[in-house]
Design a protein around this ligand. Sequence first.
Ligand code: 0O2
Ligand code: 0O2
Length: 222
Amino acid sequence: MIDWEEFLDPYIQTVGELKIKLRGIRKQFRKQGRHSPIEFVTGRVKSVESIQEKMSRRAVALEDIEEGIEDIAGLRVMVQFVDDIDEVLALIRQRKDMRVLRERDYVNHKKASGYRSYHVIVEYAVDTIDGPKTVLAEIQIRTLAMNFWATIEHSLNYKYQGDFPDDLRERLEKTAEIALELDEEMRKIRDEIKEAQLLFDPVHKRVSDGVGNSDDTDEFYR
Ligand code: 0O2
Ligand code: 0O2
């Protein structure tokens, strides 16, 4: 038997800490008036039901769960441009508070479904009242277009359990191509967009106007 609540505690802590740290990177870029490679960050701890489903699908024994299920703690970093993914990767690889164990590049090697995203498995230590505890976390890095597609495909997948009718499968393939095209087109006008965004960024503007403001008060523009 496993006490799931106790087992998941360090993962909950990990997701909370990594969300704050990754969002902190965005804040630092904006305060310096630079384009942030991070647009927004979300995170979740996998549900017990979903962990159990994956354990049985992958034939992972209870004693191997910590190494066998790598995405119990999951973070998602959304970026505007494909090139931002490399920048986020460089920032993650250089950090002293986490260690990259594995990388899966579904950006240059999309999955058969059409899914694109860059996955990094990191080792992260949380401090607990019983001492440090090291857990694995999966960080998915993707553009807004990749995220749009994946979110929609994920809901449809939930409904059809991967067994899509042919016409829907074809449409999903087509929309994956369109998302790829969108990323390509955005790349071409990237410099123009970045310049425009920095012009109206309220945090940067106020700081440079000498008024100053805490990023936290600027909810709308996060
Ligand atoms: P707000 O005010 O909605 O922006 P938390 O850790 O409590 O901050 P929570 O509830 O755990 O966040 O949610 P999760 O799933 O980690 O992250 C969801 C956050 O992503 C929400 O922010 C959403 O606003 C933000 N988000 C989702 N889609 C987009 C998007 O397209 N663009 C931007 N910029 N943000 C998005 P918060 O923190 O709940 O606050
Ligand atoms: P969640 O919490 O619902 O997102 P596996 O889970 O066995 O397929 P593996 O090798 O463990 O895959 O890890 P992989 O493929 O690196 O990452 C799995 C996660 O990537 C999934 O988590 C999804 O979040 C995302 N993902 C992978 N392939 C697809 C896809 O075709 N479509 C969409 N929408 N997302 C995908 P989970 O397990 O679904 O959990």
